[in-house]
Design a protein around this ligand. Structure first.
Ligand SMILES: Cc1ncc(COP(=O)(O)O)c(C=O)c1O
Length: 378
């Protein structure tokens, strides 16, 4: 499908060949054990037991693998995929570089668990500077990073990693495979949360890993089978069903993000607006060379927690919720989760509402929230 465009690829990704009388996307196969051939046993079928093998999962893996340009393994959540990669690949004495400004549970896992296992952990800001990669086993970057939306030049870092014999993994959660194909940019591995824009309906958790290295895939597959970090067949099926509209959803989310980023950047009562598609954003030069489309997530600062609460209370189209990438516009004051962001820092995820309605709602809500500082009554 390499010669087809994004919308076409999303609609057809991972679907079986047409069979008269069968559905386009077969329904979820719910099975722990499957019938075995009494003489040949598991050699006769790819389906022996549900933890290693499930046909619904394999179709989803074919779909995501097609979009990422590699082979894919899906996991129960993004965290399951990322921690699975780290634990499957790293050994005591190895050094791993992780983003200092990325998804904070990954940092917490590294400090709590990896260091306890004897892995050396160093945190590097997404924009660098990156230290020498000599002697480093794995570099994991998140680009655009959540929640600060900084961007790293993946081809340049991939060249440095290759020269030093380090593996480069890219967390592609925010961009999705339509926004960026890290394996084409030189990364060895992609990891991501499929909970966000990839599936986009805020109704399931999913993670995945993709690579072109059979050896890495074997290691990670063995890890997944042993630890059992698999998604359910129903979640895998829901995810596959949702993938078909990824192109459409992203197009509207990006358009909404552009309109809101411009609105917010023009308001004197909002500071620190970040969206990699704004020409004066620090990430713009690298983002415009590297991203195929800019994600629908932006961030800004409203000064203090009370003002954020007044904004969210007044908005009718911006749900107070964590996560991002869904159909419904939502916003999250990250400090309330223990993320080391400023008290008024907000990550806003654009949904697929009509742009004109969203701009009107955010304008009204900001006006109603008033200035920062002391909370107004009510
Ligand atoms: C960039 C990034 N990576 C990984 C994760 C973890 O994904 P999940 O919540 O599906 O475990 C998240 C969750 O927000 C994320 O934003």
């Amino acid at each position: 499908m390499a010669d087809q465009h994004d919308g076409t690829r999303c609609v057809h990704a991972g679907l079986p060949d047409p069979v008269p009388g069968e559905p386009f996307l077969p329904g979820p196969v719910f099975a722990a054990p499957y019938h075995l051939d009494p003489w040949q046993g598991p050699a006769a079928t790819p389906n022996g037991y549900g933890r290693p093998d499930n046909p619904t999962r394999r179709l989803l893996e074919a779909a995501i693998g097609d979009l990422e340009g590699g082979d894919c393994r899906v996991f129960a959540s993004g965290q399951a995929a990322i921690t699975g990669l780290l634990l499957a690949v790293l050994r005591p004495g190895d050094t791993v570089l992780l983003p200092a400004d990325g998804y904070f549970p990954v940092r917490a896992f590294a400090s709590d668990t990896l260091e306890r296992l004897g892995v050396r952990v160093a945190f590097v800001p997404t924009v660098g500077p990156y230290p020498s990669l000599e002697g480093v086993r794995l570099v994991l970057v998140e680009t655009p990073a959540n929640p600060g939306l900084d961007v790293v030049d993946v081809p340049a870092l991939a060249a440095r990693a290759r020269a030093a014999g380090a593996l480069l993994a890219v967390d592609n959660t925010t961009a999705t495979p339509l926004g960026q194909r890290p394996l084409d940019l030189g990364a060895d591995l992609v990891v991501a949360s499929g909970t966000k824009a990839l599936t986009g309906h805020s109704d399931l958790l999913l993670g995945y890993l993709a690579s072109r290295s059979a050896e890495l895939l074997d290691t990670v597959t063995a890890w997944r089978t042993t630890t059992g970090a698999i998604p359910s067949p129903f979640d895998a099926w829901l995810a596959h069903r949702s993938l078909a509209t990824l192109d459409l959803r992203l197009a509207r989310q990006t358009a909404n993000a552009e309109a809101l980023a411009r609105l917010l950047a023009d308001r004197p009562d909002v500071t620190g607006v970040r969206w990699p598609g704004l020409p004066d954003d620090p990430a713009y030069p690298v983002a415009s060379a590297q991203l195929r489309r800019v994600p629908g997530v932006l961030s800004f600062d409203l000064g203090d927690a009370d003002r954020v609460a007044r904004f969210l209370d007044a908005a009718r189209l911006v749900a107070a919720a964590t996560s991002f990438g869904g159909l419904h516009t939502s916003a999250d004051r990250r400090a309330q989760w223990g993320d080391d962001t400023a008290p008024g820092f907000v990550r806003l995820s654009c949904g697929v509402e009509d742009t004109v309605d969203l701009v009107a709602d955010v304008t009204t809500a900001l006006d109603a929230a008033g200035p920062g500082g002391a909370a107004t009554a009510g």
